[in-house]
Design a protein around this ligand. Structure first.
Ligand code: HSE
Length: 310
């Protein structure tokens, strides 16, 4: 039997890695995200009652939202279950945190139904269980900003810790999504087990510079820090015209460009929306001229993560 206490939430799309923070950095996007509905039931566990916008498994144990939701219900020893509707707006395999939005949304929504809600850190830790079903690995760089909003840094997995970084209020984001699918699992498998010491040093310099630039809001250091020597060199072959799009981003005055999560979406950052708009327009034309479907949109970084909307 269902209670009549429906809760509807919005869970934002996110950009993970942000070039200099593989499996560590991420930020939430404005205006694009999924919706989910939750209601208490007497039947224990998660029951998925409806999915729109995508073809995904209805069985909870095969669905990232179901797995994450059950992890929370079990962790708190809930004496009730939850019916869940998932309304996907973020395309699967697009690289802007589709599975993470489902996993983070599931725990966030169920948390609203608990008498004693758990912390954002615990929600993030539990939502990684759902993320692992999709990607084969527990990482929190998408789920953390989806829960916390803004820009987050996962400082460690054991013990697990997340820091909310200072806002990047004056930064505009462009997302370009060529319509090919890249599976995160496969994009992780092509990465090398070991990296050269010089790359490890450069990587730690970039991430440290990024964090320092946010606390001091040093725009030059910020722009200089957003580089990736660890992952992009191996993954960019998966994305058609990647190098040309990077050149277009520079030509249009963008300060950073890279793969969003495991791709195929690419993110770019600029201090002016005009730069983002002209970059997107030129890049979309390039893909269309080459017979590839693509979409693009501009956003700011959302200070809010998952939220109740009804
Ligand atoms: N850090 C992850 C990766 C994000 O790039 O593989 C995608 O889940």
């Amino acid at each position: 039997m269902s209670s009549n206490t429906d809760i509807k939430i919005f869970c934002p799309a996110t950009v993970a890695n942000v070039n200099c923070g593989f499996d560590a950095l991420g930020f939430a996007l404005e205006g694009i995200g999924d919706e989910m509905v939750f209601r208490k039931t007497k039947t224990l566990g998660v029951t998925i009652t409806k999915i729109t916008g995508d073809t995904l498994p209805m069985e909870a144990h095969n669905n990232v939202a179901g797995v994450a939701g059950n992890a929370l219900l079990e962790a708190v020893g809930a004496d009730f279950g939850v019916e869940m509707e998932i309304h996907k707006k973020i395309r699967s395999g697009s690289g802007i945190g589709s599975s993470s939005a489902s996993a983070a949304g599931a725990v966030f929504g169920i948390n609203q139904l608990l008498d004693t809600p758990v912390s954002n850190l615990e929600l993030t830790r539990l939502s990684m269980k759902g993320e692992a079903l999709a990607s084969g690995n527990e990482h929190a760089d998408n789920v953390a900003p989806c829960i916390y909003g803004g820009t987050t840094l996962v400082t460690g997995y054991d013990p697990f810790k997340v820091i909310a970084l200072p806002p990047m209020d004056t930064v505009y984001v462009g997302i370009l999504h060529p319509h090919i699918q890249i599976k995160t699992k496969e994009a992780r498998e092509i990465l090398p087990e070991k990296v050269p010491m010089k790359d490890a040093i450069a990587h730690s310099q970039h991430l440290a510079s990024f964090v320092a630039s946010l606390y001091e809001w040093d725009k030059a250091l910020f722009a200089d820090s957003l580089k990736d020597v660890l992952v992009t060199p191996y993954r960019k072959q998966l994305i058609p015209h990647f190098d040309t799009i990077e050149t277009i981003s520079k030509k249009n005055g963008c300060i950073a460009f890279g793969i969003s999560g495991s791709g195929p979406s690419m993110f770019c950052l600029a201090f002016s929306k005009d730069n983002i708009d002209s970059y997107l327009s030129e890049s979309i034309d390039l893909y269309k001229d080459n017979g590839l479907e693509v979409d693009g949109y501009s956003s700011k970084i959302s200070s809010e993560g998952c939220r109740v909307i009804e």
